[in-house]
Ligand binder design. Structure first.
Ligand SMILES: Cc1ncc(COP(=O)(O)O)c(C=O)c1O
Ligand SMILES: N[C@@H](CCOP(=O)(O)O)C(=O)O
Length: 417
């Protein structure tokens, strides 16, 4: 295993705590997969489904051979993350128009979002390297996840969270796990820029998605989907895009599975951005070679308030390898999809609902056929963004959609029910 630059190819040791090459490219973990046999791996991974109370019981570390074979087992910091549900839902199928649709509920992770799949690996690696202080810039989910794993491993976490546009629930969750919170005027992008410049001097181990081990962990989401579907993936995988870590990880996971023979066919990937924070979609739509950052990203789906996604080049490669597409959706469309997913009994935060909203749009545009198979990734828990919930529940009440009674009075209740 080694680290290599995704742009110039320069190689580094696995223990090098750097995020970017001198040329400006992000790093990635490389391992030779040639010796791994898909048939044997399938057997091993299936057997581990019965594991309890060992790192292999985690939906990430079950796939250790593909994630971080060199990390000693005793160095793993895990909360048995992953193992999340893959659901069918008639209302969501009807909403998107796709007949064979499943939803991967990463909201069921221990800190309530998909970040846990990556964070267990990043924190385990940082602890293995001997770091005591872990850091991130965050719109709230990365910080909650980092704070949880840092607390689990007895390390300190320092999180940089914008003063505005972040859901209160996430800030409280992060603080409750004991993180030291630095609130600042600016966006996630400013926080990343600061950490890239100063983390080394401050002896901070950065656990954002510029850290290649975060990406390695997040690959497990697509391994889990494949395993649940008996190692046959749907024709489309649809997911929201902000910093573009998840799209990058998904693509890397797909490449691993094809290289080892775990799967034989690549699905197509669709990345959905919120209209007010869609620099990647704009780049793809206009056929540009470089991403033009959005200086003031603005969307109700606060987790997607990202104007300069660090992993855009990795995500662009994924689109190329999978004949992938992008689409953008309005806040209205996101909230409409969220209401359907919530009322279907699955639930998710607004950013996650962008996937179903995007799939519906892709069907309307004739890019996805209603007879094709698809999985939408739901990235975060519905209680993560109570502010957004409050807003649309209030609107539902105005529309008479929410039965409310002020007293336990039989006559009044009969009218409401
Ligand atoms: C709930 C949620 N969904 C989606 C995203 C976007 O994922 P990515 O940044 O990996 O593109 C984020 C954070 O970025 C998030 O917190
Ligand atoms: N929505 C994210 C922002 C992206 O963070 P990264 O850790 O993937 O770089 C958050 O929750 O902070």
């Amino acid at each position: 295993m080694k680290l290599s630059c995704t742009e110039c190819g320069q190689e580094r040791s696995l223990t090098d705590p750097v995020w970017r090459c001198e040329c400006g490219g992000l790093l990635q973990v490389e391992q030779s997969l040639g010796a791994l046999d898909g048939e044997k791996l399938r057997h091993v991974f299936d057997e581990r489904l019965a594991e309890r109370n060992t790192p292999y019981a985690s939906g990430v570390w079950r796939y250790k051979e593909l994630i971080h074979p060199e990390l000693p087992m005793e160095g793993i910091v895990t909360k048995y993350e992953g193992n999340t549900g893959l659901y069918g839902s008639e209302p969501v199928r009807r909403f998107t128009g796709v007949r064979n649709l499943r939803l991967k509920a990463q909201s069921e992770n221990p800190s309530g979002s998909f970040k846990d799949n990556g964070m267990t690996v990043a924190v385990s690696q940082g602890a293995w390297l001997g770091y005591e202080r872990f850091a991130c810039s965050s719109t709230g989910n990365t910080s909650s996840s980092l704070a949880m794993y840092a607390a689990l491993s007895g390390k300190a976490s320092y999180v940089f969270v914008p003063e505005e546009g972040v859901a209160d629930g996430k800030v409280l969750q992060t603080a409750a796990y004991g993180a030291r919170m630095i609130r600042f005027q600016g966006t996630y992008d400013d926080g990343i820029r600061f950490l890239e410049r100063h983390a080394a001097e401050l002896e901070l181990y950065v656990c954002n998605s510029i850290n290649p081990f975060r990406i390695e962990g997040q690959k497990s989401i697509v391994y889990e989907i494949a395993q649940a579907l008996n190692w046959t993936l749907p024709e489309w995988i649809v997911l929201p895009g902000g910093a573009l870590s998840n799209g990058s990880a998904l693509g890397k996971g797909l490449r691993d599975m094809v290289a080892t023979g775990l799967i034989s066919r690549m699905p197509r990937v669709a990345i959905v951005q919120a209209e007010g924070a869609s620099p990647f979609h704009r780049m793809i739509e206009h056929g540009l070679k470089e991403l033009v950052p959005e200086p003031r990203p603005h969307t109700l789906a606060s987790a997607l308030n990202i104007g300069n996604p660090p992993s855009w080049k990795k995500a662009a490669d994924v689109l190329q390898a999978t004949r992938g597409v992008t689409v953008s959706v309005t806040d209205e469309e996101i909230m409409e999809a969220k209401a359907v997913i919530d009322r279907a009994g699955i639930g998710c935060e607004p950013a996650s609902a962008a996937s179903a909203a995007g799939l519906r749009k892709l069907v309307a545009q004739g890019i996805v056929d209603k007879d094709e198979t698809a999985v939408c990734i739901l990235t975060g828990h519905m209680l993560k963004d109570a502010d957004a919930l409050q807003r649309y529940m209030a609107r539902a009440a105005d529309d008479g959609g929410m039965p409310v009674s002020s007293a336990l009075e039989l006559g009044q209740l009969k009218e409401c029910l």
